[in-house]
Ligand binder design. Structure first.
Ligand code: NAI
Length: 465
């Protein structure tokens, strides 16, 4: 197999965009085309305002765009010209039919495979970049075997481990790159690409199934750590222990390690919940109900943590938040991203709206349009429609602010739901003066814990103490 000189990536999302920008940046000898059916998204990739916010992404894109990095909707041409085609489309949880609420919806992946089979000529390496259930490559190979022009294919699994908010750092210096495959020549072709900037010792190669399953397992372990420390946070609140002290104490044990032990209002993001539910579904499918139940509990604990946060707010505020203004600080699922998928903020806002609170929302990167979409979606019912009553609830109870301070002006409480750094720099004296008393702060990220807000007059509540 000659070295790869042309890449096509199907899916210009949070993974396809940054990963391909990095490959193009590090491999000026490779032509990289990122394609998508969403013309708006492609237009944004070609504009000054990229569709996703990631520190450092603008610079990386600008360094290669217009040279060896192209964003286009000309999908068939890009596939046909490429030696290697990445599939980086979304794989959300199925919302209908068999496995609804757990299994991954593989419709988009299958459509890509069919498109590749139809338009390709010659030999191509097809790389699964999307997170997929173990053994999906088998289905992809079968679809690719029905080709229009006698094309031939090799399938690799190359799951992505970047975290949103630190995507560029993670891509520049990954802990490891995982490549699963069957034919050593094809694996080597992808290894050669990453070897342009990643030390060879960090390029792990495995069989296809291990690679597919490792991605689901990594996310299950990461989410499990968060749910574990969150479970302990509830016990801390009941007993006078402090979860941050407990986390620091156990984190010094080299077998446990200090990372990913931060207690919070709950994990979010497009991946953790979806990938665990997918793992649960696979375990049930393969007749392993005990294993399925074990992992499902990680998601249940996360739901409990979000519910618990709202319950605590309501109880603390004299058992009613009805008609009270609450400043919502942060809507993204974590700092340094504009992604809101499965953000804890969505569920906390939903439950506060059901209590008839008036919310004034501020996020430095998420648009009002996106927030309204998320709130409407979370209130949709079985038929995927939102009732008039719920739409009115949102219209009458949600407003937006252009700063954290504005969001909390004249409010009864602040709920910190994303750990944006700028929140710690707010003018708390002015905020306190403008709030109703007692001035409650409910910090779902313990972001303001070190600021001694009590000394400024606030009634401060965090997670796990
Ligand atoms: P995304 O939703 O941001 O992007 C997917 C893109 O694929 C969309 O722009 C969509 O229009 C496009 N698309 C769908 N079907 C298509 C088709 N048939 N032809 C052309 N384009 C098509 O999703 P994201 O976040 O980039 O995730 C992609 C995959 O990567 C998922 O499987 C996810 O689990 C995985 N992943 C995501 C991570 C993250 O942090 N977001 C991290 C690691 C893996």
């Amino acid at each position: 197999i000659p070295p790869v000189s042309k890449i096509c990536c199907i899916g210009a999302g949070y993974v396809g965009g940054p990963t391909m920008a990095m490959i193009a940046h590090k491999c000026p000898h490779i032509d990289v085309k990122v394609v998508d059916i969403n013309a708006d998204r492609i237009a944004q990739w070609n504009s000054d305002r990229l569709p996703i916010y990631e520190p450092g992404l603008d610079e990386i894109v600008q360094s290669s765009r217009g040279k060896n990095l192209t964003f286009t909707t000309e999908i068939d041409q890009a596939i046909r010209a490429a030696d290697m085609v990445f599939i980086s489309v979304n794989t959300p949880t199925k919302t209908f039919g068999v496995g609804a609420g757990r299994a991954a919806n593989l419709e988009f992946v299958e459509k890509c495979a069919r498109r590749i089979a139809e338009v390709s000529e010659g030999h191509k390496i097809v790389v699964e970049k999307s997170t997929l259930p173990v053994r999906t490559a088998e289905a992809v190979k079968r679809i690719l075997s029905n080709t229009a022009n006698n094309a031939s294919f090799d399938v690799l699994s190359n799951p992505e481990f970047l975290a949103e908010g630190t995507a560029i750092e993670d891509l520049l210096e990954p802990d490891r790159v995982l490549i699963g495959g069957e034919r050593p020549e094809s694996i080597e072709a992808l290894v050669e690409i990453y070897a342009n900037w990643v030390p060879r010792a960090r390029l792990l190669t495995t069989n296809l199934w291990s690679s597919e399953l490792s991605k689901l397992t990594a996310n299950a372990f990461l989410a499990q750590r968060v749910s574990s420390i969150n479970a302990i946070s509830a016990l801390c609140e009941a007993t006078g222990a402090d979860v941050d002290e407990v986390a620091a104490a156990i984190g010094t044990d080299s077998r446990i390690g200090p990372k990913f032990l931060k207690s919070s209002v709950g994990f979010g993001g497009s991946c953790f919940q979806k990938d665990i539910l997918n793992l649960v579904y696979l375990c049930q499918y393969f007749g392993l109900p005990e294993v399925a139940d074990y992992w499902e509990q990680v998601v249940r604990m996360n739901d409990y943590q979000k519910e618990r946060f709202v319950t605590r707010m309501v109880r603390t505020m004299f058992n009613t938040v009805s008609d009270k203004k609450i400043g919502i600080w942060g809507f993204a699922f974590k700092k340094d991203t504009n992604d809101t998928r499965e953000s804890a903020s969505i569920y906390v806002c939903r439950d506060l709206l059901l209590e008839k609170a008036r919310l004034c929302i501020y996020d430095p990167q998420v648009s009002e349009h996106q927030i309204l979409n998320d709130l409407e979606y979370v209130f949709t019912e079985g038929d995927n429609k939102i009732s008039e009553a719920k739409r009115e609830l949102i219209e009458q109870h949600v407003t937006f602010a252009s700063s954290a301070q504005e969001a909390s002006s004249d409010s009864h409480a602040i709920a910190v739901l994303t750990e944006w750094d700028e929140f710690a720099d707010a003018n708390f004296d002015a905020i306190y003066a403008s709030m109703k008393k007692p001035a409650f702060v409910f910090d779902g990220r313990n972001r303001l814990k070190d600021l001694d807000l009590k000394a400024k007059g606030f009634e401060y509540h965090g997670i796990g103490f």
